[in-house]
Design a protein around this ligand. Structure first.
Ligand code: PMV
Length: 317
């Protein structure tokens, strides 16, 4: 079997995080300037497989991993789906420019990349739909109750209007729009923020239901505005969505600060992206502003910042 190399993008949720867990729609886009990469190299003369992740300082023997280890469970899900009894000895080299626990899809990107690379290694040509289904099973092991939006946008590598339990709808982009994505440097676990919202919903259902219903409404309006290429309207809906997420309790001082800096510098809108309580914000702006907005965010506490676009991507649906 020859070596394989696979790369998948990160993602940003533009609208609807958290509400999507409760059946409302959400909108997400792939981010191609960050990526998760896996190289698989057969090692026919070795007895065991190695998993190497230089960024995390990991050099692990696959067969020695605990049964519950995330690498082990992910590989087990894939082997079972492909009906392969045993992993042949290989070196699995992981590398990523997607920051961990910061709302840009690192865990879903790992799942999708591993499904794509192992299936290609064994000579399977899976559809994106199948890659997505297997990746979702892996995400369930990592997160418990994921909505599935992260694995969907990354597996298809397309802007998506997503509703849990329905086939994804791929968005037409009326006009490309410019984004600046800025990291607070604060890390937070999706599982914990989702659990925090669930607890809030149990203790105060009418307040939380009201907020997530409003978020759902924003997502529907945002879909039309994205398809019509109306960046001013998309921007204001992003800020409205941020304010509602703050009311849900998933923002934090650092996120609010970067959103405020973006708006002060002239962004059309800004919001936290992903599960919140840290991680990244996404700001929408005119093309001419992107460079100076990036500089302003870096000068005002962001630990990392990059420019991206809402745009259509080619490829299989
Ligand atoms: O922070 P991330 O990239 O894991 O995004 C989570 C999005 C949520 O809506 C909060 C959870 C989900 O499963 O959709």
């Amino acid at each position: 079997m020859p070596s394989t190399f696979t790369s998948v993008p990160g993602k940003s949720i533009l609208f609807g995080e958290h509400a999507v867990v409760y059946g409302y729609p959400a909108i997400a886009i792939p981010l191609d300037s960050i990526a998760f990469k896996i190289k698989l190299i057969p090692q026919p003369t070795e007895k065991n497989s190695k998993i190497i992740n230089l960024e995390l300082g990991e050099n692990l023997i696959y067969e020695d991993l605990d049964q519950e280890h995330s690498y082990r469970t992910a590989i087990a899900v894939i082997l079972q789906e492909l009906k392969i009894i045993k992993l042949p000895p290989m070196e699995i080299r992981l590398s990523s420019t997607i920051p961990i626990a910061s709302g840009l899809g690192s865990s879903a990107a790992f799942a999708v990349c591993l499904v794509k690379s192992l299936s290609a290694f064994f000579g399977f040509r899976l559809t994106n739909k199948k890659v997505n289904e297997i990746s979702f099973q892996i995400e369930i092991f990592q997160h418990g109750t994921p909505s599935g939006i992260d694995n969907t946008v990354i597996a298809f590598n397309k802007p998506v209007f997503f509703r849990k339990g329905y086939p994804p709808e791929f968005l037409k982009i009326g006009a490309p729009m410019n984004l600046v994505i800025a990291d607070t440097g604060v890390r937070s676990m999706t599982k914990e923020t989702v659990a925090q919202v669930r607890k809030f919903k149990e203790s105060d259902p009418s307040v939380v239901d009201g907020i997530i219903h409003k978020i759902g409404d924003i997502v529907e309006r945002a879909k039309n505005e994205i398809e019509n290429g109306n960046s001013n309207a998309v921007g204001s809906l992003m800020t409205e969505n941020h304010n509602l997420l703050a009311k849900l309790g998933v923002s934090c001082r650092e996120l609010d600060h970067l959103v405020a800096v973006s708006l002060k510098e002239g962004a059309l809108g800004a919001k936290l992206c992903g599960s919140g309580r840290g991680g990244n914000i996404v700001a929408l702006c005119n093309e001419e502003l992107a460079g100076s907005l990036r500089t302003a965010l870096l000068n005002n506490g962001s630990t990392n910042c990059f420019i991206s676009k809402i745009k259509e991507t080619k490829g299989e649906v």
